[in-house]
Design a protein around this ligand. Structure first.
Ligand code: ATP
Length: 235
C-alpha cells in the first residue's frame, strides 16, 4: 500500500534521512521506533508532503507522492496526526472536528462521521461544546485522532500519540488505535514507547541516524537483545 524506496531528506546541511526504505501493507499496523532525532517525524512528514525528499520514491499504490502537494496527498486518503496535536484551542471539540470536513458537501455523511468519532471517543462526546484548549492532554490527543478520522483516510500516520500522557491514558489511546485498525484503517505509528507500539503493531522498523537498522515482525524485534536494551528499557 505504502512503499518508501531509498528516501533521503535534508534540512539545509543536515541530512535527516539517508536512504529509508520501508513498506506498509493494507490493514497492517507498522511501528517506527528510534531515539530522538533518528528521523521518525521526518519520515512521516515526507509521506504527507510536508517535506520534499531529495532522493528516493514514496509510492501509495501506484502513485508517486514525492512530488505531490500535501493537500493532494491528504485527499488520496493519507491522514496525519502530527506530534504536539495541533488542535485549535479556541474552537470547541465539535468545531475542530467540523473544520476537518470544510471542503465536503455530503452533510449527512459528515454528521455520521462525527457520530462515529463520538462513539469511538465517548469522552469527546461529553465534551463536544468545550473549548479544545481546556481539554486534558489525553483528551486533546484523542481529538487530534478524531480529526484525522474525519478525513476518512485509508492510512493514518501517527506521530507519538502517547507523548506526555499518564500510563492509564496511554493504554486508552492504544486501545483506540487497535479499534480504528480493526475497523479497517491501516496505521503507521511513530513511538518512543516502543513496548506499547510493538505490542500493537504487526511489524516494526528501527531507525537510527536516518537509516533503518532493523526490521521485522514485532515479536522478533521485541525478542532482539539489542532492541530490548536500547528501546524496551531492559538490561
Ligand atoms: P524525536 O523523537 O526527537 O521527535 P525524530 O526521530 O522524530 O526525533 P526528526 O524530528 O525526524 O527525528 O529529526 C531528524 C533530524 O533532522 C534531527 O537531527 C533534527 O534535528 C533534524 N531536523 C528536523 N527538523 C528540522 C528542521 N526543520 N530544520 C533542520 N533540522 C531539522
Amino acid at each position: 500500500m505504502l512503499t518508501l524506496q531509498d528516501v533521503e531528506v535534508r534540512y539545509g546541511s543536515i541530512q535527516a534521512l539517508s536512504g529509508v526504505s520501508l513498506q506498509v501493507h493494507d490493514g497492517e499496523v507498522v511501528a517506527l521506533i528510534g531515539a530522538n532525532g533518528a528521523g521518525k517525524t521526518t519520515t512521516l512528514r515526507a509521506v504527507s508532503g510536508l517535506v520534499r525528499p531529495a532522493r528516493g520514491k514514496i509510492l501509495f499504490g501506484d502513485a508517486d507522492l514525492s512530488r505531490l502537494p500535501a493537500d493532494q496527498i491528504a485527499a488520496m486518503g493519507i491522514s496525519h496526526v502530527p506530534e504536539g496535536r495541533a488542535i485549535f484551542a479556541n474552537l470547541t471539540v465539535l468545531e475542530n472536528l467540523r473544520l476537518a470536513t470544510f471542503s465536503r458537501r455530503d452533510r449527512r455523511q459528515v454528521q455520521e462521521d462525527i457520530e462515529r468519532v463520538f462513539s469511538l471517543l465517548p469522552r469527546l462526546a461529553e465534551r463536544r461544546h468545550q473549548n479544545a484548549g481546556t481539554l486534558s492532554g489525553g483528551e486533546q490527543q484523542m481529538l487530534a485522532i478524531g480529526r484525522a478520522l474525519m478525513l476518512r483516510g485509508r492510512i493514518m500516520l501517527l506521530d507519538e500519540p502517547s507523548m506526555g500522557l499518564a500510563p492509564v491514558l496511554v493504554a486508552e489511546i492504544f486501545r483506540l488505535l487497535r479499534e480504528i485498525n480493526r475497523q479497517g484503517t491501516t496505521l503507521l505509528l511513530v513511538e518512543q514507547n516502543a513496548r506499547m507500539a510493538l505490542a500493537l503493531a504487526t511489524r516494526g522498523y528501527v531507525l537510527e541516524n536516518g537509516r533503518v537498522v532493523l526490521s521485522g515482525p514485532s515479536a522478533e524485534l521485541m525478542a532482539n537483545p539489542a532492541v530490548a536494551e536500547a528501546y524496551l528499557g531492559a538490561a
